[in-house]
Design a protein around this ligand. Structure first.
Ligand SMILES: [Zn+2]
Length: 232
């Protein structure tokens, strides 16, 4: 046999669960937003790195052009210079320039290879980032939807609860409300295995039977909650 307050007990329990779930939603949404922000920042950083490398390569290419120009001028001068000695010096200089140019060209080539493989990497990463973003958007949309559902469930149950309370015996309502101020939706506890399920305090066997089987209303000596018997 159950006490009429069991209806209020079940409504309170349901409201408690819903409010706990709803309380988690803002945190989950924040986590999603943070992950999205990190993805965007990471992508931006990678693109900036690529741009820097591209700039470096262009600078090296300009240096190469510069050296080529010096070599060309050196060779022109050599043609003009008759004295063998001077021509030899120039020949040596030009040879040095050519060696420098070769080393520079090799370095440019290496950097371009790095740039190409980095670009491929960034492209692949972009694809997975885009997929993850879609996933995150879906997750947050689901969370919002779920939250809306909880919210309307909560409103509906809160309304039922108000109605129940307004129809409740005045004395009992006052008793419940004074406990509610401190314990909220856990103001009514069930009796299970001879104890208060709210705080665990044990009842005398007779009292437990009266409440659980006789449908009487009890009061816990441990926590002050109203005690009722509920069907297992
Ligand atoms: Zn208790």
């Amino acid at each position: 046999m159950t006490h009429p307050l069991s209806q209020l007990y079940y409504l309170d329990q349901a409201l408690l669960r819903i409010e706990r779930k709803m309380a988690q939603t803002p945190g989950s949404l924040d986590e999603i937003a943070l992950e999205e922000k990190k993805l965007v920042e990471d992508e931006k950083r990678r693109r900036e790195e690529l741009e820097e490398l591209g700039k470096l390569i262009r600078k090296m290419e300009r240096e190469g052009d510069d050296i080529r120009e010096r070599i060309r001028r050196g060779k022109e001068k050599m043609k003009e210079l008759m004295p063998v000695h001077a021509a030899e010096i120039l020949q040596r200089e030009t040879g040095n320039f050519e060696a420098n140019l070769e080393a520079l060209e090799l370095e440019i080539l290496e950097n371009m290879e790095i740039l190409e493989s980095s670009e491929r990497e960034v492209q692949l990463r972009q694809q997975s980032v885009a997929a993850r973003k879609i996933e995150l958007e879906r997750e947050s949309a689901n969370l919002r939807k779920e939250n809306d559902e909880y919210s309307s469930d909560r409103d509906r149950m809160a309304e039922q609860r108000e109605r129940f309370l307004s129809e409740l015996d005045l004395g009992l309502r006052r008793r419940y409300m004074s406990i509610f101020k401190g314990l909220g939706y856990t103001s009514i506890a069930a009796v299970g295995e001879g104890a208060c399920m709210g705080c665990g305090a044990r009842l005398t066997p007779q009292r437990a039977v009266d409440i659980q089987e006789g449908g009487e209303l009890g009061s816990c000596q441990g926590c002050g909650r109203l005690l009722i018997g509920v069907e297992a």
